[in-house]
Write a protein that binds this ligand. Structure first.
Ligand code: AMP
Length: 284
C-alpha cells in the first residue's frame, strides 16, 4: 500500500494509474476505522482497479470545537488495517496540506441543509462539501463510496456532484451494524459498555417504526411514538426525530406520491452524539 501525505506526490501516482487506464475508486474517511468503513473499502475494491482511502479529520465540518478535539484518532492502527485489507493507496494529509489558508469559498445547499443534521450542525455540510470538492478535483476518482448511515451527507454529495458536474459516480452503501443493531461509528469508541446498551435502542426504535410505516400509520403518529419510546429510555437524550421525503428531505405529511422516505434520529448518549436512520423505498 502506498502511503502519501503530499498532494504533489499523490497527483504523480494517480496520473500514472490513469495512464494505464485504471479505474480509480475513493473511500473518504475521518479515520478511527471500523467494519462500516471496511465494507465501503471492499465494495470499492470489487468495483475499481485502484482503491484510494483518505483519512482526514476535516476541521471545517465540526461546528462544535469540543467534538473536533475529542474525535478519535488511531492513525497507526488505521494504516495497518488498510494495508491488510488490500487498499492500494492511502492519502492522509496534514491540515495545512488541505487548507494552506482558511478558505473563503463556501458551498451552500439551501433548503436541503436547513433540516436534520444541517439544521443542528450549522456549517457542517459546507465543510463536508468543501473538502470533498477538493478531493474530487485532486483525485478525479471514477467512483466514490459513502455510507447511508450519514444519509443527508450521501444525498447532498449526490447533489454536489450533479450541480458542479463532477465526473464521479456516488455509490451509497447500506449501514453496517453491530449484532445488537447499533450502527457502527467511530464515535462508539467513546461509549462505555452500558452506553452501548443504551445506544442500541436507537436502531430498535427505528425497526419498530418500520413495521408501523409498512402498516401506513400516519407520519405524525410514527414520529410521536418514536419520540415517546426514546424519551422513556434513561441515558438517551434525543436531539431530533424526523420523518422526511428521501428525495427533497422535506418533512413528510402523507405517503401519497412518496418514493423514498427517511426516518432520521440524532441523540446523545454519555455526551456522545450519535445518528441513525431508516431509509425506505415505498413500492406503492
Ligand atoms: P467517517 O469516517 O465517519 O467520516 O465515515 C466515512 C464514511 O464511512 C462515510 O461515508 C460514512 O457514511 C461511512 N460509514 C461510517 N459508518 C458507517 C456504517 N456503520 N455503515 C456504513 N457506512 C459507514
Amino acid at each position: 500500500m502506498i502511503k502519501v501525505r503530499k498532494i504533489e506526490v499523490l497527483k504523480g501516482i494517480l496520473a500514472r494509474e490513469r495512464a494505464q487506464n485504471s479505474s480509480l475508486g475513493l473511500v473518504p474517511t475521518m479515520g478511527a476505522l471500523h467494519e462500516g468503513h471496511f465494507v465501503l473499502l471492499d465494495r470499492c475494491k470489487a468495483e475499481n482497479d485502484f482503491t484510494i482511502a483518505t483519512i482526514f479529520v476535516n476541521p471545517l465540518q465540526f461546528n462544535d470545537p469540543r467534538d473536533y478535539d475529542n474525535y478519535p484518532v488511531r492513525l497507526g492502527e488505521d494504516l495497518r488495517e488498510l494495508e491488510t485489507r488490500g487498499c492500494d493507496l492511502v492519502f492522509y494529509p496534514e491540515r495545512e496540506e488541505i487548507y494552506p489558508e482558511d478558505p473563503v469559498v463556501s458551498i451552500y445547499f439551501g433548503d436541503m441543509e436547513r433540516v436534520l443534521e444541517g439544521k443542528h450542525r450549522p456549517g457542517h455540510f459546507q465543510g463536508v462539501a468543501l473538502v470533498l470538492t477538493k478531493l474530487f478535483h485532486l483525485l478525479q476518482p471514477d467512483r466514490a463510496y459513502f455510507g447511508l448511515k450519514d444519509l443527508q451527507q450521501f444525498l447532498l454529495v449526490r447533489r454536489l456532484v450533479k450541480d458542479l458536474s463532477f465526473s464521479v459516480d456516488i455509490v451509497g452503501v447500506p449501514t453496517v451494524r453491530e449484532n445488537n443493531g447499533l450502527a457502527m461509528s467511530s464515535r462508539n469508541l467513546r461509549l462505555t459498555e452500558s452506553g452501548r446498551d443504551v445506544a442500541q435502542k436507537l436502531s430498535l426504535g427505528l425497526s419498530e417504526a418500520k413495521a408501523k410505516i409498512l402498516r401506513r400509520n400516519t407520519p405524525e403518529q410514527i414520529v410521536r411514538d418514536l419520540k415517546e419510546f426514546y424519551e422513556g429510555i434513561p441515558g438517551l437524550q434525543i436531539e431530533y426525530v424526523e420523518l422526511v421525503d428521501g428525495g427533497s428531505l422535506k418533512q413528510l405529511k402523507a405517503y401519497d406520491g412518496v418514493e423514498d422516505l427517511a426516518l432520521c434520529v440524532a441523540a446523545y448518549v454519555e455526551g456522545v452524539r450519535l445518528i441513525d436512520n431508516l431509509y425506505l423505498h415505498l413500492d406503492s
